[in-house]
Design a protein around this ligand. Structure first.
Ligand code: GLN
Length: 190
């Protein structure tokens, strides 16, 4: 079982290191053909506008939609969560639309560069360190979406079937629980 990590820009190396710690094989995904061997894909943080531009140029945008339709699992962190959302605003932007969530980009204000909170998740008992960097706010979720963690009254970790999105960066802290959860999701079929 292999996990792909979209490696256009942003913090994809940090995701690779987290998967290394879990002993999970991974490949960087830059072109559609890189999706052939993976069961799930991580869409990292970074700048979602740049991601959309390069994904479109490389044919990855449509390839990822086909990958989803064929049962591939997705995990988006921060900019990656924006790419997964059905509805993006502040400003509006095209997205893969694979999750029934609505997001506001830079929802905590552009000036508030980053913040670290401890929060509870449904994944394990211990509180989780959550690093927010120019994070989006998940403003609403559809009825098929499970909220796995909240912070300051907003969902920050959500799942819908084989799709997982975090507005924070679990790849930047030592707790591997969120990645472990995603690997289990990707392992279930495909
Ligand atoms: N603010 C970025 C965007 O809108 C996301 C920031 C991040 O991924 N850390 O794309």
């Amino acid at each position: 079982m292999k996990i792909g990590i979209m490696a256009i820009q942003g913090d994809y190396e940090a995701h690779a290191k987290t998967l290394d710690r879990l002993g999970v094989e991974h490949d960087f995904v830059r072109r559609p053909e890189n999706l052939a061997e993976v069961s799930g894909i991580i869409l990292p943080g970074g700048e979602s506008t740049t991601h959309v531009k390069v994904m479109t140029e490389e044919g990855l945008f449509d390839a990822l939609k086909r990958f989803a339709a064929s049962g591939g699992a997705f995990f988006g962190t921060c900019a990656g969560a924006i790419l997964l959302a059905r509805d993006v605003h502040g400003p509006a932007q095209v997205s893969l639309g694979l999750m029934d969530i609505s997001v506001l980009r830079n929802g905590y204000g552009r000036q508030l560069a980053s913040d670290v909170h401890m929060g509870r998740t449904k994944l394990h008992k211990e509180p989780l360190e959550m690093v927010f960097i120019r994070a989006p706010i998940i403003e609403s979720v559809g009825s098929g979406v499970e909220v796995l963690a909240e912070d300051a009254g907003h969902p920050v970790l959500v799942q819908q079937g084989k799709m997982l999105a975090a507005t924070f960066h679990p790849e930047l802290t030592s707790d591997t629980v969120v990645h472990k959860h995603f690997v289990a999701m990707a392992r279930n079929g495909h």
